[in-house]
Design a binder for this molecule. Structure first.
Ligand code: 1YM
Length: 649
């Protein structure tokens, strides 16, 4: 066969949507459940951009029974007129050209949002079909795209079946998109109602006035979110279970050319600091320049106020930022262009100009706020609280020193409890934190002593949620964990000395086990957060059943897998249900839960700190009913449940 000559058309095709299929990771991160939801967020982002620029107010998301999703807004509708050089309708260009959105809308839209700026074409490229309806100027238009393989095995990604077609008249205005993630890319994964509602709720908080409806056709579940108070409502929601010490959130909004900033914060009687920041609606879990800018401005404003109003005597030193932030819950929401992300998980804002901008606007806004005499009592509460925190800081420092000394002394005593690994290669070593002495005993026998260490927990460790650091450190179980990990905690945490690079929580698959797991996760979340964000924390998945017949033995980790396992065993099988880890002997525990070749671990991560925080306080807060509900929803986890993967999502 003659060599095919390539012309420019072929090159265009090669650089088009097929590139997305060849390297989906580059565009959506993974082809797992998160990547699949990313397809949805790309479409939702376009709708949000439209609404935040003042057109329309409502977005509806539907999970359809056939596995597809529909997103509809009531904005202007994507342009339908022909693109001057590409000779295709605007809609077609947006859905078939990588980064088309940016090229089109930069001049019209103040901030090109877009989760990672890749646009709707990526969603189209990775979908089996993608149908777009535009309601504009009294008319309804439709264009359908599909992806398929021809008889020669050549792949076609997101190609239009026909050009944009005029359907008829309409009263409506807006855009409606339905797409089905391609099984060839995502297997049998399904959209998750909870994942979608959680993010929808957050988007509604971050975009004041926006209405988002979410519906699951299959189950009939429906939720609606709309907050006229925006991030002030967000802050109130985050502290719902806590006791506020100032009446309502302090809020300000300020903008400059190409920058938009809003901040809301409140104080509760808790001792932790909770700052959540966002850039263009994206959570910046690792913080960054905007957070730094706010914090340094806030410390300065409060210290100046304290001096000018005689809360600090001339001889007294300034209070520290951390003093002013004890018990704060704060949301920082900025919009800007040319965002640069840094950090381990690319969730840290790097733009240096964001620091200056947030700092200057915060100083101006808060000085204005506190110059109002009506706010004098609020300022007084905050400053007195900070003074209390400063006092405790001094004594906690001593407590920490004591604890450190004591830890060293007690390392001998710990030997009996902690079965340490012998290898000094920390990156290969694992620490199993095991619920109960009997399971702990089996784990010690079943482990590979070179790389695996076992720390049995006798009772429930201390709930770190409501304690100051000195009380946390007084708890023996917690001290054993800190001592075994060897990193220190809080501000002093140093991951470079981490003794065990995998920290694996092994608890029973029942409510008590779930509680112990959440207590441990809460402790890590509060005092050793980098351990989680840098991927060192895992949950071990014990089997729920053992199906056996003569030589046949199969362990089953979730209810959905059980029928298949029973079928494989055939008639005359015996089924045992494990109620707890303690029921397994050393060999069984090793085979099912510890052996790296056979076990299943769930990595704990946080990709949305605000929602994780809410979950942690719900788990650990005073509202027992809410806590029971959360724990039971998530107690029966299995491999499909991506909840633990994200600690939120
Ligand atoms: C359900 C998804 O995509 N809505 C949407 C998208 C656009 C517009 C309106 C829009 C933008 C502009 C002018 C503009 C987009 N248009 C483009 C592009 N909802 C959804 N609603 N008129 C309408 O940016 O000037 C990209 S997105 F590039 F064609 F302008």
């Amino acid at each position: 066969m003659a060599d095919k000559t390539y012309n420019s058309n072929d090159i265009v095709v090669l650089e088009g949507l097929d590139a997305v299929r060849l390297r989906p990771g580059m565009y959506i991160g993974t082809t797992g459940i998160k990547g699949m939801h990313h397809l949805l967020w790309e479409i939702v982002d376009n709708a949000i951009d439209e609404i935040s620029n003042g057109y329309g107010d409502t977005i509806s998301i539907t999970i359809n029974s056939d596995g597809s999703a529909t997103v509809e807004d009531n904005g202007r509708g994507i342009p339908v007129d022909n693109h001057p050089t590409l000779h295709k309708s605007g809609v077609e260009v947006v859905y078939t050209t990588l980064h088309a959105g940016g090229k089109f809308n930069n001049s019209n839209y103040k901030f090109s949002g877009g989760l990672h700026g890749v646009g709707a074409s990526v969603t189209n490229a990775l979908s089996k079909f993608c149908n777009v309806t535009v309601y504009k100027d009294g008319k309804e238009y439709q264009i359908n795209f599909h992806s398929y393989m021809d008889e020669n095995g050549k792949m076609y990604s997101g190609v239009p079946i026909a050009p944009l077609k005029l359907i008829g008249k309409t009263e409506k205005s807006g855009t409606r998109v339905t797409f089905l993630p391609d099984e060839a890319m995502f297997g049998s994964l399904k959209f998750n109602f909870e994942t979608i509602t959680r993010r929808a709720k957050e988007l509604a908080f971050l975009n004041k006035g926006l209405k988002i409806n979410v519906k699951d056709e299959e189950s009939g579940s429906e939720e609606s979110y709309h907050y006229e108070g925006g991030i002030s409502d967000f802050v109130n929601y985050l502290v719902e279970e806590k006791t506020k010490v100032i009446a309502k959130p302090i809020f300000f909004h300020a903008e400059e050319k190409n920058f938009d900033l809003e901040v809301a914060f409140i104080y509760t009687d808790s001792y932790t600091e909770n700052c959540f920041s966002f850039v263009n609606n994206i959570p910046t879990i690792e913080g960054g320049t905007h957070e730094t800018g706010f914090k340094s401005a806030y410390t300065k404003v409060m210290n100046d106020y304290a001096r000018n109003n005689n809360f600090l005597k001339e001889k007294e030193a300034n209070l520290l930022g951390e003093d002013y932030r004890e018990g704060i819950t704060c949301v920082i929401n900025i919009k800007m262009n040319n965002v640069q992300f840094e950090g381990q998980t690319k969730t840290k804002l790097g733009n240096p100009e964001a620091k200056t901008f947030v700092e200057n606007l915060t100083i101006a806004q808060l000085n204005k706020f506190f110059s109002d005499k009506k706010q004098a009592s609020t300022a007084e509460i905050i400053i007195n609280k900070a003074k209390g925190a400063a006092k405790v800081r001094e004594s906690a420092k001593r407590a920490k020193e004591v604890a450190r000394a004591r830890n060293n002394a007690e390392n001998f005593n710990l030997v009996g409890k902690l079965a340490a690994a012998t290898s000094r290669n920390n990156s290969m070593c694992e620490l199993f934190i095991v619920e109960g002495n009997s399971a702990g005993g089996s784990a010690k026998q079943g482990r590979d002593r070179r790389y695996q260490a076992v720390l049995p927990l006798r009772g429930k460790p201390l709930n770190a949620e409501k304690k100051r650091i000195d009380q946390v450190l007084a708890n023996e179980e917690i001290r054993m964990i800190i001592s075994a990990l060897n990193t220190g905690i809080g501000e002093d945490l140093d991951l470079s000395s981490l003794r065990y690079h995998k920290v694996i929580i092994l608890s029973d698959a029942d409510q008590d086990g779930a509680h112990i797991r959440s207590i441990l996760l809460t402790f890590f979340y509060r005092y050793m957060r980098p351990l989680i964000t840098e991927g060192h924390v895992f949950i071990g998945l014990p089997p729920l059943y053992r199906v056996a017949k003569k030589d046949f033995v199969e362990y089953v980790y979730s209810d959905v897998e059980l029928p298949d396992a029973i079928a494989r065993a055939g008639k005359g099988y015996t089924l045992s249900r494990y109620k707890g880890l303690g029921e397994m002997n050393a060999d069984q525990l090793k085979d099912t839960t510890m052996d790296p070749d056979k076990r299943t671990l769930i990595q704990v991560s946080i990709d949305d700190a605000a929602m994780a925080e809410k979950m942690v306080t719900t788990w650990m807060g005073d509202d027992i009913d809410a806590r029971k509900q959360y724990i039971s929803i998530h107690a029966n986890f299995d491999k499909e449940d991506d909840f633990y993967k994200n600690y939120h999502n």
